[in-house]
Design a binder for this molecule. Structure first.
Ligand SMILES: Cc1cc2nc3c(=O)[nH]c(=O)nc-3n(C[C@H](O)[C@H](O)[C@H](O)COP(=O)(O)OP(=O)(O)OC[C@H]3O[C@@H](n4cnc5c(N)ncnc54)[C@H](O)[C@@H]3O)c2cc1C
Length: 431
């Protein structure tokens, strides 16, 4: 039997996922119930505000769920179906309907045309206000439990709603609960654990590598357009632009490697050997042949200023020194031994990584609520009927490029809509 009185949906966490879940719930309710959005801090949508360097990379222009899911080191399989129901096309359309036009950059990242994250914050805030969502700030939830029996039977089991205790001691009740509390910090039991869920231990994802190596000295800001970065001795490998920073290395190749290797690198305590191929088109033998041909073609040029590879010349000069050669030596004097060492420096340069740093303060959490315990058609818990999840609280994370927000919009939309439909005893119409 469905709920007889108008349902009350409570969403915990006013980030991207929580806002979208609350809005989707209120849109589905269409006035026949209430939605409360509880936020622990005084600052809703704080991450949206600072995201994308203040521009908010809302989503990615990737419209095939099969391709889109490849950008999620964790959650790809589960998100596939969810993206069919609410993907980047829906995100773009939703924001357009709410007065925000998104634009695509050359690499596929999508931002508001205003280039200002405030536009996104404002669209979400206005939508929530117009749907009469009650936003409660400084209302951290410290405890949740299923309300005592006398429940009504709906869908997955008996649901009599939830008893929700705020940090202030105040107690609220809700018929459906959506937990969108973001990446777990690992301190104290999470709301999900209180309701019977198990958690994949949280570790950081999306970070840069700290490397103190003479080859990188004075090169901060220099980037290599195309490189392969590999964790030496493992299968972890990523290709893309590589940026040299004051502390070591960053850029898409490194960030992707940090995401795909989040667990393995945490286990290594961020101390490992990074092998870089600065010229991915070349194997060690190819590189040797290219160097030998270059020696024949340019015998009188100085080795430090003349390379057959597409490399910034200052980086090349430091690789020359690392190979034990003098930059001022003319190519004709370069021995085959030096050529072999140079080839190694170009295609398999090993750098000792000694730690990690954040990339423009951007990071996400690898780990969270175990995905097998959640039904991704509805985002409902398989452990506790009436409980739904959305966003980074789940063991889902993407690489940089707007993928993390897309996961928040997708799971938020599904959670909000499904929570209401189940409370009203209605079946979800497939989209
Ligand atoms: C600096 C930075 C820049 C980023 N830029 C981008 C970008 O451009 N594009 C992109 O796709 N991704 C970006 N990301 C990642 C993206 O911000 C996150 O993946 C996304 O915000 C996750 O949304 P969420 O709603 O799940 O969690 P959050 O945004 O973390 O929101 C969770 C909310 O829940 C609240 N909360 C937690 N516990 C409780 C509780 N017990 N009671 C009540 N409230 C609670 C928190 O205070 C918070 O407001 C960025 C991340 C950072 C840190």
């Amino acid at each position: 039997m469905p709920h007889m009185s108008p349902p009350h949906i409570l969403v915990v966490g006013a980030g991207a996922a929580g806002y979208f879940a609350a809005i989707s719930a209120a849109e589905t309710l269409a006035g026949s119930g209430t939605v409360t959005l509880c936020e622990a801090t005084a600052h809703p949508l704080a991450k949206v505000r600072i995201s994308g360097g203040g521009r908010c990379n809302v989503t990615h222009a990737c419209f095939d769920p099969r391709e889109l899911k490849k950008n999620y080191p964790r959650g790809a399989r589960e998100l596939h179906g969810a993206f069919h129901r609410f993907g980047p096309t829906d995100t773009i359309a939703w924001f357009e309907r709410h007065g925000v036009t998104l634009k695509v950059e050359a690499d596929g990242r999508m931002f508001p045309v205003s280039d200002d994250s405030e536009t996104i914050v404002s669209a979400l805030s206005k939508a929530a206000q117009s749907l009469n969502i009650t936003l409660r700030l400084q209302s951290g939830i410290r405890k949740v439990e299923p309300a005592p029996p006398e429940g009504v039977t709906i869908g997955t089991g008996t649901i009599n709603g939830f008893r929700i205790e705020l940090a202030t001691g105040e107690v609220l009740h809700a018929d459906r609960l959506i937990v969108a509390t973001g990446g777990l910090k690992g301190s104290g039991p999470s709301l999900a654990e209180m309701l019977g869920h198990s958690i994949e231990a949280p570790v950081p994802s999306l970070f840069t590598f700290n490397i103190d190596d003479p080859r990188l000295e004075g090169l901060a800001g220099i980037s290599v357009e195309d490189a392969v970065a590999r964790v030496d001795g493992s299968k972890l490998e990523q290709r893309g632009p590589l940026l040299i920073t004051h502390w070591g290395m960053s850029g898409p190749a490194v960030l992707k490697l940090s995401a795909w290797g989040a667990r393995e690198l945490a286990a290594s305590k961020y101390r490992f050997s990074l092998a870089v191929n600065f010229s991915p088109g070349h194997t060690r033998d190819d590189a040797r042949s290219a160097l030998i041909a270059h020696r024949s073609r340019h015998p009188r040029r100085q080795i430090g200023g003349s390379t057959p590879f597409q490399l910034p010349v200052r980086l090349w000069a430091q690789l020359v020194v690392a190979a034990g050669a003098n930059e001022a030596t003319s190519w004709t004097q370069v021995s085959n031994d030096v050529i072999a060492r140079l080839a190694d420096q170009v295609v398999d340069a090993k750098f000792p990584v000694t730690g990690k740093s954040t990339h423009k303060e951007e990071f996400v959490t690898c780990g969270g609520v175990r995905l097998g315990e959640v039904d991704f058609r509805t985002m409902e818990s398989r452990k506790c009927a009436g409980l739904h999840f959305a966003g980074e609280v789940l063991d889902i994370d993407g690489i940089t490029g707007g993928f993390n927000f897309q996961a928040a919009w997708t799971t938020g939309w599904l959670a909000g809509r499904s929570a209401v439909l189940s409370a009203l005893g209605k079946a979800d119409a497939p989209r």
